[in-house]
Design a protein around this ligand. Structure first.
Ligand SMILES: [Mn+2]
Length: 428
């Protein structure tokens, strides 16, 4: 059987040597080039709006970048670090969009995909045993130390490892081998996974190492559109867990960012290619172009992904909102509005929509109203401990004690485990 996904010079020769480093802005160099993206969340809606068209547009843009890189330097692999789908059973149009994207990308490059906390690993992994060479789906932790081996130009070689999203309750046993289960934490299971990868790498001197992972790295900033992965009160891993790895391509957080990491190890979140909450209205959405030479740190260049529709947050009295010229740019945007009239205006949504047809959320906060403790909004992204504490305080009219919150959290985690069990039995 041929080695996995090794493509020496074939297929991409048309691009070689024709360009200049317009993306990186430096002089022409060419070793190994990767395109890192994550958190596509196909099937997601935005306050009830179907985003399929917007998702098609951004994936189209990613395909174009790979097919015709702006500087002519070909992409050796596309890395998708989890949360391909927004939920375990995605809509059929999302499954079709993913297949269309995979076929288009794999016609010109290698694609490595891992599962995130929103994906059903088994459903996303369908076909992983059938795909060869150009497509590697890593959704099973038994495969995390089986690299995709790539050869770029100038003799630069890379081993790419995918770590699927690790549920600590399952992975602490699966990764412990014959020994005692690992501590029940993301830090322990991701650390063990990277440890296996480092051991495999020890036999590959001179090969650059790349790891895909779906995790919350300490110090990074969340937004309102990630679902909590809290376990035992902690959801973070240290960026230094990837020590010894040349490039860690992360998924989970939706804003592009560079958390702290060990020396010589470059760790990045590409973020989602589309804005999935108003908290992301000022994010510039990107994919990351990553260039690796035979030695030295990975060079990372963000490439902007134009958003199909802008987002805006407006506040004011209804008559001002409907007339002020400065709100003209918001007329075509997805809009969240807070109306401050003393009395809630009649037909508020209809009137707003006459100027802002894409208004998605409307709040009424009368000017001068006494500041009161806001009610609790129950959304899936909220920290369950905080939510429990708010709930207990609301019901008992006193602050929740640590013990009460512990009981709430244990109940929450039991429910999550039961749901996962139900989902995995359903496919059996
Ligand atoms: Mn995500």
């Amino acid at each position: 059987m041929p080695g996995p996904a090794l493509h020496p010079e074939g297929g991409l020769t048309a691009y070689r040597g024709v360009g200049f480093d317009a993306v990186g802005g430096g002089s022409y160099r060419r070793g190994m080039r990767l395109l890192h993206t994550s958190d596509w969340h196909l099937g997601r809606t935005l306050h009830g709006v179907n985003l399929h068209g917007a998702q098609t547009a951004v994936l189209e843009r990613i395909c174009e970048l790979v097919e015709s890189p702006p500087d002519g330097i070909p992409v050796d692999a596309v890395l998708v670090a989890g949360d391909v789908y927004d939920r375990g059973v995605p809509p059929v149009e999302s499954v079709q969009l993913f297949e269309w994207t995979l076929s288009r990308l794999s016609a010109v490059t290698t694609v490595v995909v891992t599962s995130g906390n929103h994906d059903s690993a088994i459903r996303l992994g369908y076909g992983s045993g059938l795909f060869r060479d150009r497509i590697r789906m890593v959704t099973d932790l038994g495969q995390l130390d089986l690299p995709v081996l790539l050869e770029g130009s100038d003799g630069v070689r890379a081993a790419i490892y995918g770590i699927p999203y690790l549920d600590p309750d399952h992975a602490r046993v699966a990764l412990a081998g014959a020994g005692e289960p690992l501590p029940r934490s993301h830090q322990a299971v991701v650390g063990a996974a990277v440890g296996r990868i480092r051991a495999e790498l020890a036999d590959r001197p001179g090969v650059r190492s790349v790891v895909l992972a779906h995790a919350f790295v300490a110090g990074a900033e969340p937004s309102d559109s990630e679902r909590s992965i809290m376990v035992g009160g902690v959801d973070r891993v240290a960026g230094t867990v990837f020590a010894g790895i040349d490039y860690a391509a992360l998924g989970h957080l939706h804003g592009p960012q560079a958390p702290d990491s060990a020396d010589g190890s470059v760790v990045r979140y590409s973020g989602s290619p589309l804005r999935y909450s108003f908290s992301e209205q000022d994010h510039e959405k990107v994919v990351l172009v990553v260039d690796l030479d035979a030695s030295g740190p990975a060079r990372v260049t963000p490439v902007a992904i134009a958003q199909p529709r802008a987002m805006a947050t407006l506040r004011g009295r209804l008559d001002e909102l409907l007339e002020a010229p400065e709100h003209t740019p918001a007329e075509d945007a997805w809009v969240r509005v807070t109306v401050t009239d003393r009395v809630r205006p009649d037909s508020l949504m209809d009137r707003l929509k006459s100027r802002f047809p894409h208004a998605l959320q409307v709040f009424h906060e009368p000017e001068g109203a006494v500041e009161r403790r806001g009610g609790t909004t129950v959304v899936s992204e909220r920290d369950p401990r905080e939510l429990g504490s708010d709930f207990i305080a609301y019901v008992t009219k006193t602050e929740a004690s640590g013990g009460e919150v512990d009981v709430f959290e244990a109940g929450y985690e039991a429910a999550v485990v039961a749901q996962h069990k139900a989902e995995s039995q359903e496919v059996a």
